[in-house]
Design a binder for this molecule. Structure first.
Ligand code: AMP
Length: 114
């Protein structure tokens, strides 16, 4: 059985996705089950399992992921109003164990989150 994460399969085009951005180290695509009118996932291509598994070597990459999502939100007209979420671990709601940032926008978001 393959140990590939779902998002590695998306990167390899083995699973289809609505890809909005890609470069050598990152990919961004629409969430299949959007929680807001704009719901984009930004992932590193290297399969870091979760934020708490990242290292100091990943700092630049983590910053790039945030800037990619912010740029996509801006391109979609949500440059000033969006939320960034990382679910780290199953108790926090993580279901795909390949680090990803959720960018949500296009509706009023409440706080605290559920
Ligand atoms: P998390 O629960 O933080 O691990 O987020 C995983 C996200 O991946 C969820 O919001 C899912 O809706 C999303 N997702 C699952 N399968 C796909 C897919 N094939 N294409 C795009 N997004 C997906």
């Amino acid at each position: 059985m393959s140990n590939e994460t779902l998002f590695e399969k998306i990167i390899k085009r083995d699973v289809p996705a609505d890809i909005l951005y890609e470069d050598v180290e990152a990919i961004a695509f629409k969430d299949i089950n959007p929680q807001a009118p704009f719901h984009v996932l930004v992932c590193p291509k290297v399969p870091i399992k979760m934020l708490s598994n990242s290292t100091a070597e990943d700092e630049n990459l983590l910053g790039r992921l945030m800037r990619i999502g912010a740029s996509l939100a801006k391109d979609a007209g949500f440059g000033e109003n969006f939320r960034v979420v990382i679910n780290n671990g199953s108790d926090a709601g993580q279901t795909v164990f390949h680090l990803h940032l959720h960018f949500l926008a296009g509706r009023k978001l409440v706080w605290p989150p559920g």
